[in-house]
Design a protein around this ligand. Structure first.
Ligand SMILES: NC(=O)c1ccc[n+]([C@@H]2O[C@H](COP(=O)([O-])OP(=O)(O)OC[C@H]3O[C@@H](n4cnc5c(N)ncnc54)[C@H](O)[C@@H]3O)[C@@H](O)[C@H]2O)c1
Length: 299
């Protein structure tokens, strides 16, 4: 690539990261994001703020939330909406209820992104997964999504809203099996898909949409630190990506933005797969990987 092309390429990538110029796609909407302190949740917070939403960032970790809040303000300096934080453990219904009710003074929620989730390092196969890890994973990944969905519905009704968008984070492991098992996690994400689909149908005539986001493995510190420079371990995963690379958190956030906005008014009950084609691939191409877009929080 020559110098001009390199510059051109970098400019294009920056545009992908920022979603071009903000267009107020969420203007006037109040959103709650769970697990907002890092990864997908933080990228989504920044994108939502840039698109005119007010955002309540929630997470179980207060120190991480504080850092994430200052990053969000830095990356969305022209935000017109509010941004606040609240400590929420999604496995506790009272926490979720308090977060949702705190938006009453904003005019009630319009969007909730039930994104918080864990993938425990002791999660394994049918033989080696302990009941403790199983229950912990279901409590956060499944019950947390149920509580978020339940209190979103109650709030939307209370505020007599005729539109609402609930986005629940599942995973591609709910769609395809993996020979590197995390049984509790996989079962939890399958439950998120089924629950979201049913909620979508139940509430369709109230105007409340429910969609499940299915991310592929991402280029997040959690996964990448674990892979380290073990090339064999890395290759075993990368070979399944048609584009030759892991996904970026910002690529998930862009999908969430669409699902949250009224642009997706007829998108309901989907398993919204954002995986670079991974779950549709058999033999993948050879050659260099495609260039990923730049994340806000790590730029
Ligand atoms: N990273 C991936 O490769 C990948 C792939 C598919 C799906 N996902 C899903 O995407 C979602 C976000 O993951 P991420 O990659 O951004 O990871 P992450 O670990 O960066 O973010 C998850 C956030 O959830 C918070 N959290 C954990 N337990 C919580 C609880 N009980 N209550 C409230 N918050 C809690 C954490 O503090 C963290 O900030 C998760 O549901 C995850 O399962 C991730």
């Amino acid at each position: 690539m020559n110098g001009f092309n390199t510059l051109n390429h970098m400019a294009n990538e920056a545009q992908v990261a920022t979603g071009l110029e903000p267009r107020g796609r969420l203007a006037g909407k109040n959103a709650i994001i769970t697990g907002a302190a890092g990864g997908i949740g933080l990228e989504t917070t920044i994108l939502f703020l840039r698109e005119g939403a007010s955002v309540l960032m929630t997470d179980i970790s207060e120190p991480h939330l504080a850092k994430a809040l200052s990053k969000a303000k830095e990356m969305a300096p022209n935000a017109t909406g509010r941004v606040e934080t609240m400590k929420v453990d999604v496995s506790k219904e009272a926490d979720i209820e308090a977060a949702v009710q705190s938006l009453d003074s904003w005019g009630g929620l319009d969007v909730i992104f039930n994104n918080a989730g864990i993938m425990h390092s002791d999660d394994a196969d049918a033989v080696d997964t302990s009941e403790k890890i199983w229950d912990l994973t279901q409590n956060i990944n499944v019950k947390g999504v149920w509580f978020g969905s339940k209190h979103a519905v109650l709030s939307l009704r209370k505020h007599k809203k005729t539109r609402g968008s609930i986005i629940n984070t599942a995973s591609v492991v709910a769609l395809v099996g993996s020979a590197t098992p995390q049984l509790a996690y996989t079962a939890s994400k399958g439950a998120v898909l089924a629950m979201t689909r049913e909620l979508a149908i139940v509430h369709a005539r109230e105007g409340f949409r429910f969609n499940a986001l299915c991310p592929a493995p991402l280029n997040t510190p959690l996964l990448q630190d674990w892979l380290g420079d073990d090339q064999a371990k890395r290759h075993r995963r990368e070979v399944h990506f048609p584009t030759g690379r892991f996904g970026e958190a910002i690529e998930q956030a862009q999908a969430v933005l669409f699902l949250a906005s009224d642009e997706s008014s007829f998108v309901n009950g989907t398993d919204f797969v954002v995986d670079g084609g991974m779950t549709k691939a058999y033999v993948t191409p050879e050659g260099p990987a495609t260039q990923p877009p730049v994340n806000f929080a790590r730029s």
